[in-house]
Design a protein around this ligand. Sequence first.
Ligand code: PA5
Length: 426
Amino acid sequence: MVKVDLTGAKDFFDQIGPDFSKISDAHRTLFEGSGAGGEFTGWLTLPERILSDELKQIQAASSRIRSNSQVLVVIGIGGSYLGARAAIELLRSPNYNLIEKDTPDIFFVGNSLSTAAITETIELIGDRDFSINIISKSGGTLEPALGFRVFKAMLEKKYGSAAKKRIYATTDANSGLLYDMAVSEGWERFVVPDDVGGRFSVLSAVGLLPMAVAGIDIETLLRCAVEDMRELGLISAENPAWQYAGARQHLYMLGKTTEVLACYEPSFRFMAEWWKQLFGESEGKNGVGIFPAYLEYPADLHSMGQYVQDGPRRLFETVCLFEEANEDLKIPFELGDRDGLNYLAGKDFDAVSKVISKAVSEAHIKGDVPNILISVPKRDEEGLSKLICFFQVSCGLSAYAMGVNPFNQPGVEEYKSGMFRMLGRS
Ligand code: PA5
């Protein structure tokens, strides 16, 4: 399990820590599916369902893409791309397309309408063989739909009628514009289950197909997730999701309205983007909700560290650490010690990073910033599963404890009506 250490926030709790009464009610509501949006709690059992159902199809499609394509274009926005990108950056590399590998490059498009970004992706694909994974649960989201037009046209120009064998559509099981197109064109289809909303769909084909193409062992990921979901179902103050959700609630009630998630791994950046959407879209409604922000340390200590240490005291900090580094790298010894750093020579970079993280947390705690520490064993499939399951369950608990439906996003619709009116949709 993920470990949660609340020692750095203890001054903000009474002697026994956060009050779990609301969290234990929220737990029942979430796991029984009895609360608002309860019909969207299917992600709790998603790993076992995929293992016994779609896994083989996803693996077969990923092998085909890996054998006939040098590039996979993943088209989606929000919950339809962040999880896959997070997993690929965390487990493979934030520079995935630049590293030497035997898997295709992956470009994520459809999350912006930037002419520069779209044009650049077309140029980067060049004349290489490619396939498309279009992902949209509703099947009608404007940004990915427009991106799809562009890259589908490019695919059809290159492959003619054979293009249809290179389009993989991940969408609703029975309806929607994308579903209709996929059926009539004969594209291979994958399902976003009815009982799973976009931002909770990373362990469905939405996240798994791009991950498998990138060489992530999705079967191991799913097997770990079955176990992790089972453990997170524990009705106990020892449950790490209870501790995290309970601490968040408690700190929010004390006026800590911003949560800064911090990590010392650059490869964590998109995991944090996924986390931001998960918590921001699930909790921020009806005038309540913690604002989720991300800082990458130590880089951001030299830009935002001042604010965290000394700005308005409305923040709490959640630090995510990986206990073990995936690589060994020692600080070299230098003859003459002109930079005065030989006192660190022979030490592991990771050990130094861990010491810095302790010093940072200590300073921020002194500056009245409550500190929650989350530790995960390693950046591998097991660690990824722990993070995904832990954050998803914590998010459900936290939103229910706040009295909101974690599974809708009515506010997101607001801009869409204006957008379609201004664009002249009839
Ligand atoms: O969590 C959500 O439901 C949203 O963020 C969606 O994932 C996002 O809006 C994309 O929607 P769709 O997959 O329908 O294109």
